[in-house]
Ligand binder design. Structure first.
Ligand SMILES: [Zn+2]
Length: 438
């Protein structure tokens, strides 16, 4: 049944995607909409704030109007359901690919074209990633195009969005194809202990991506150029020098073509460093706000968060691979024969591998979020101590409430937040201010 319906399903998926794009409520002036979210305040207002951290935090929170709070809460809470929807759709897509037998057909073709096992496995793996992204395309379109416009958070036209999707999908088809190929190579060579090698492999591949990403991948989406405004560049470099970051240049990039979200990063591993901030941060924020953000980003670099993150991710993956190892063994025993899968090392079992991986990552959401959130708290503490811009930090966090729920419950934050909530970050800034002005 699914065998016959596979191509119509792929076509239907593309049609739904185009329909979603066509009927999206294009927000013509996202800039104007998001700018109106927070009521502005003057230096005099900030100077008159109470020194008590709780009272000062409350004064900041009062500047978010009830309508806008309701809107960003709805946007952020919708994300919780999207997490579940993505997992369920991913599993359904894996099931369709498995039932369709398309990977068996790819394998048969590949065996005719090449006798190299590696290339045959790569054909199956990249083919799998290709069909998986096609079948999940409608939800991707809804989530990252339709919905972003619905909430006035995107500046992109549908064709521009489609082009970016084509680029990022091509990158993931190649990189994930390669990743799965190597994993299956390990499963074939070490059927009982592949999960250990697999997690080490993940560190290697992620390091390569972190090294090459800023140089070769990021410029495919945005234009990077040296920041020319000395009034902004010099204070940023001063924070960098004070903390021994090995760079003498700052770059800006045109993120405003995608959205109005403010963002920055200090990228680079193995002794390289590049300080980069987007044009939204430059145009929408004051110098104290920019300094607060850059202090935070420099904190990530100085505290070696890239390395601790690599180790943490590989640990999470290690347990994930053990989970997959056990589940694959059981499921192939029961359903392997009907799908021509003889053993877990057969690459046509990839839909099973991927389905178990997404179940695992779904269950690990709070763990992953907590790992990242912990690093974010550290970077916040580092940033405020080096940039010394408590009110700048608070103002920036008010801007982040455009798309982040401002005051969630502790449990909600534990499960769904990969950054501390804006209210907690504002409170931390006000606490620093109170202690340092004593
Ligand atoms: Zn951060």
């Amino acid at each position: 049944m699914v065998k016959k319906l596979f191509w119509p399903l792929v076509l239907l998926s593309l049609l739904i995607t185009i329909t979603i794009g066509y009927f999206a409520p294009i927000s013509a002036n996202a800039a104007a909409r998001t700018a109106a979210v927070i009521s502005p305040a003057s230096d005099a207002w900030r100077a008159a704030l109470p020194l008590d951290p709780s009272a000062a935090t409350e004064a900041y929170m009062q500047r978010i109007s009830p309508i806008n709070k309701a809107r960003s809460d709805a946007y952020f809470e919708g994300g919780y359901w999207l997490l579940l929807a993505n997992t369920l759709l991913g599993i359904a897509a894996c099931w369709i690919i498995l039932q369709s037998g398309i990977l068996i057909r790819i394998r048969n073709k590949a065996e005719k074209i090449t006798r190299f096992k590696f290339l045959q496995t790569f054909a199956i793996s990249s083919g799998f990633v290709f069909f998986l992204s096609l079948l999940s395309f409608p939800l991707t379109a809804y989530q990252s195009f339709f919905r972003e416009h619905q909430y006035g958070l995107s500046n992109q036209s549908f064709p521009a969005w489609l082009i970016e999707q084509a680029i990022s999908n091509t990158i993931s088809i190649i990189s994930m194809g390669l990743f799965f190929t190597l994993i299956y190579l390990f499963i074939q060579k070490a059927p009982r202990t592949w999960w250990a090698y697999g997690s080490v492999l993940s560190i290697g591949l992620l390091s390569v991506m972190m090294l090459l990403g800023p140089i070769y991948i990021d410029p495919l989406f945005n234009k990077y150029q040296p920041l020319t405004d000395q009034k902004i560049k010099e204070p940023i470099l001063s924070i960098a020098r004070a903390n021994g970051v090995p760079t003498d240049n700052v770059y800006q990039f045109d993120a405003s073509k995608q959205s109005n979200r403010i963002s920055a990063n200090v990228s680079g591993i193995f002794g390289s460093a590049a300080i980069r901030l987007n044009d939204n941060l430059l145009h929408r924020s004051s110098l104290p706000e920019i300094e607060a953000v850059m202090g935070h980003e420099i904190g990530h670099y100085v505290l070696n968060h890239a390395y601790t993150m690599l180790i943490n991710i590989s640990l999470v993956l290690l347990f994930g691979f053990i989970f997959i190892h056990k589940s694959m063994g059981i499921s192939i025993k029961y359903w392997g024969a009907q799908h021509e899968i003889k053993k877990p090392s057969d690459p046509i079992s990839l839909p099973l591998f991927s389905a178990f991986l997404s179940i695992y990552f779904f269950l690990m959401t709070p763990v992953q979020n907590s790992i990242i959130r912990t690093a974010e708290v550290e970077a916040d503490a580092f940033g405020i101590n080096t940039a010394r811009q408590a009110d700048g930090m608070a103002e920036v966090n008010l801007k982040l409430t455009e798309y982040r729920k401002s005051n969630p419950s502790d449990l909600e934050e534990f499960f769904f937040f990969d950054h501390p909530s804006p209210k907690k970050r504002i409170y931390a800034a006000m606490r620093w201010k109170a202690e340092n002005l004593k």
